[in-house]
Every structure is written in C-alpha cells, then in structure tokens.
Design a protein around this ligand. Sequence first.
Ligand code: SAM
Length: 377
Amino acid sequence: MNHISFIGTELPKPNEGWDFTDSQPDPLSAIHPYPAKFISNIPRKLIKDFPPQKGLALLDPFCGSGTSLSEAQAAGIPSIGVDVNPIAVMISRVRLSEIPAGVLSVAEQVELIARADLEPRLPMIPRLNHWFKPRVQLAIASLTGAIEENSVGGCKELLRLALSSIIVRVSNQDSDTRYAAVDKAVDAEDVYRLFGAAVKRTVKALESRPARLADVQVIEADVLTIDRRNIERPIGLVVTSPPYPNAYEYWLYHKYRMWWLGLDPLAVKEREIGARAHFFKGRKSHTAQDFERQMTSVLGMLRDVMVTGGHACFVVGRSLIRGETVDNAKIIADAGAATGFCEVMRAERVIAASRKSFNLSHANIKTETVLVMRKGN
Ligand SMILES: C[S@@+](CC[C@H](N)C(=O)[O-])C[C@H]1O[C@@H](n2cnc3c(N)ncnc32)[C@H](O)[C@@H]1O
C-alpha cells in the first residue's frame, strides 16, 4: 500500500510513476477542446493495474470528454459514462461510436446548402454582437440549420460536434481560457472552411481506433439522479475524475457552444457540482460539506452498481474555498469508508503546469491524488 498521510498544513509529496511527463497527446482527445481532461496514461494505468473481470464494464460517473471510456474501448472493455454537460456527452458519444456512413459527403452537402442560405434564422443569444461578427453569426446559423434539416440520422451528432469545436475559434473570444473580446479577423468563409476541416480531422482521429469497438453507453444526466436502473451492466471498475469544488466551470467554458446548438448552459450550471458560481458569498453559498454530501451520494450509487471486489479509482486534487485548503481526496475516502469501500492505494501526482485551471499555484497546490478503493461485501 502506497499511503501518504496529510498532516497539518504540510502538503503531500509526489510519488513516482504517476506523472507521465513524457505523455503524448491522444489524437482522439483533439476532436474537441475540453478542460481539465485526463491524460490518457492515467486511466490506461488504472485499467492495467485493476482490470475488471471479463464481462464486467468500466463506469466513469463524470466522463467529460470520455478519456477513460476511450481507454476502456482500446482494452476491449465495455463502458458506461455519465455527464451533466451535453457537450461532454456529445464528445464522448462521437469518440466511441462507429464513424457514420457517408459522413464526409453529407458534410459537403450540408456546407453547400448552408452557403446558399442567405437569410438563416439567428437564435436569441445574449451579447451575440459582442462575441460574434455579423457575417460569422450568419454563417454559423446557416450551418446549424443545414445540419438540423439535412444530415441523415447518424451523421448529425458528428457534424454538430465539428461545428461546436470551432465556435471559440470563429468568435471574438481571445482563446478557450481567456474571456476577452479581441479582433481576430475571421469571416464567414473561415467558418465554412474550419467546419469542413473539423469534420475531416474528427473522422481521421476516429479511424485510429481498434477495428472492433466495445459496447458503450453515455448518459446525459446529473449523476446525483442516477441509480442502478440507469446502469445497464454490472460494473467491475470505476475510473473517474470528479469536478473539484470551486475550481472550474465546465458550463461556462462551453456556454456559447451550447447557445448555438440550442442547448441551455444555465440549466447545466445549476446542476454542475463544484461550479465556482455556487461558491460566491451569499445565503445559499456551497461549502466543503456540500461536496461531502454529493460524493457520499455518488459512492452510494457506485456501491449499488459495482460487483463485490471491484475497484473505484478517483483522481482528485485539493480546492481553495474561502481561503481554506480542502482535501477532496480525504472527503471521498471518508465517504467511501462510510459506504462500504476500503482504501487500497493512494498516490500523489504532479499536476502538469499546462493545466493552469487546476494548478492552484497561488495556494501552493501542485499535486493531485490518485485514490483507489475496493468494494467490500
Ligand atoms: C474533471 S472533469 C472530467 C474530465 C474527464 N475525466 C475527461 O477526461 O474529459 C469533471 C466532469 O464532471 C462533470 N459534472 C459536474 N457536475 C456533474 C453532475 N452533477 N453530474 C454529472 N457530471 C457532472 C463536468 O461536466 C465535467 O465534465
């Protein structure tokens, strides 16, 4: 057992073998931006070290862009993912499904139809003119309309994902992580060109997968509402990275993507665990106890869907809530102990400097914890 205790204010030291400083980006993770995603090496190592028995599935209750589901698929293991964010669900579904037949020619047709639509219907989006040039707005609207009306069944999700992937690039937003409006010299032509390129890039990345794809189910839901009736297979392994309280806002990162695709980012914000907006000062402001309650509920659900002896692996860091450092791994380990799990491994890994949102360097927080628990009888 590799256990490091958390004494007083002293932060734990990293362990060897979990940093993967030489990791190469996975081409599948490039199909769409997603914040704070796993580097593939982490779920790969957890699947290798704690393999589920044959016939059992892997579950990621906070699947995000589907990195652990993708690693399960590469190992021939069926998987189930849950996420409250519809963009996450769309990425995971496309990433794990068959390439829809004829998608490249459907995309070309859609582009032609969109280019010919000179008066597309613009959706009601707050501050649209601040973030998008008028001609860019019309080009995006023409593509969303053409995808909706002209793409055959299986192609629609991939085309919507490709369009979603270029939204920040064609907006006035400086970058995915910088919310300042700048003049980027983009025009309608760039929207059509980048859309076509995104479809081709997605198809190429999907072609790098194994020929036989393992079964997968991706559920769009608040995990706190999930129970055994929603999970179609017995679970032998859980590999997940839950949202950290007060550390990130996934709904905000994808806000304009959701508006353009006719989805409601504010409904996602309400249900998103840990979203910073819930921690602003006020009467109903969330605390570490809310996270404790939420994780106890998730572990209760895991206990119900996992087989005895199965492993639940969490990768989680610390948070800063109103000046206090909160050890989220300890909260999850305690919730696990209270719901019938026993801890079998705990390791610290260095958070890559590039994951700035999670690298809470101002609080001297530079590592995160890999926590593995086994389900008892
Ligand atoms: C750290 S990210 C997971 C990233 C993922 N490991 C990957 O590689 O892309 C945490 C995820 O939890 C999701 N989440 C937050 N609150 C949730 C809730 N109530 N139910 C389900 N998912 C939720 C967020 O949308 C986000 O995708």
